[in-house]
Design a protein around this ligand. Structure first.
Ligand SMILES: C[S@@+](CC[C@H](N)C(=O)[O-])C[C@H]1O[C@@H](n2cnc3c(N)ncnc32)[C@H](O)[C@@H]1O
Length: 228
């Protein structure tokens, strides 16, 4: 089954927020083809650089596959889903019920652009925040809010992991440049961010230091920051 009738949050230009057709199982779990391709590499990067015990808040959980996949291996983690999109939240609920209801929680309704993150604030401090493939498919305010929230809600020594494509100090791989132009055609406020020029200043302002950069397949990076 496919989700042709999904009512995704719309970008400014009216294009769907989800960039691909996500398959839907009868129990409500959605499957993203791109997440299916990258979830093993993302899990391995997470296991190498993020806390192995404690509580993780996932931002922009999408289908919910990353949380289910990572917690299947990381058995001492509790993982809370969140998203702004009700269709994605429904899939996260279905993955929670299917995979590990005792360690998969949420979804919380959370828009990183808000100055107050609702329930995520009252449940802080978090041991880790994880966010895959959001900051280039949202206005830059979403990245600004993400780092402000990480600075506010992580415990000291807690970590924020981002996964996705980046430019580095003005240099960008041709495939990422094409992707970025495609995103900007959909919504001029979207686009691949520069880790050094756009993102590092947000980390500095939030009191986060760069802990790890992990090369990932297809010119992506996993980037890990630690709160002082
Ligand atoms: C391309 S999907 C990525 C989903 C998932 N993280 C993954 O990698 O498979 C982008 C997600 O970001 C969410 N999103 C977009 N803007 C957001 C915001 N300001 N705050 C929280 N989530 C947001 C969307 O609802 C969507 O689920």
């Amino acid at each position: 089954m496919t989700d042709e009738n999904a009512t995704y949050q719309k970008a400014q230009t009216g294009q769907p927020l989800a960039l691909e057709q996500r398959n839907l199982s009868e129990d409500g779990r959605r499957f993203s083809p791109s997440t299916g391709r990258n979830k093993d590499a993302v899990r391995d990067a997470f296991l190498s650089a993020m806390p192995s015990t404690g509580r993780i808040l996932e931002i922009a959980s999408g289908t919910g596959e990353h949380g289910a996949h990572i917690t299947a291996t990381a058995e001492d983690l509790t993982w809370t889903y969140s998203d702004i999109d009700p269709v994605s939240q429904a899939s996260q609920s279905a993955w929670r019920d299917y995979a590990a209801p005792d360690r998969l929680l949420g979804p919380l309704s959370l828009d990183t652009r808000n100055r107050h993150w609702g329930e995520a604030e009252s449940q802080s401090p978090w041991d880790g925040l994880f966010c895959a493939n959001m900051i280039h498919i949202a206005p830059f305010e979403a990245a600004e809010g993400l780092f402000a929230g990480a600075g506010r809600l992580l415990r000291s020594g807690g970590r924020l992991m981002l996964y996705g494509p980046y430019a580095r100090s003005g240099e960008i791989a041709p495939s990422n440049a094409r992707f970025s132009e495609d995103l900007k055609r959909r919504d001029p406020s979207w686009g691949v961010r520069d880790l050094d020029l756009d993102i590092q200043p947000l980390a500095d302002a939030a009191g986060l230091t760069l802990a790890n950069i992990i090369d990932m397949p297809a010119n992506n990076l996993s980037v890990v920051f630690e709160k002082a």
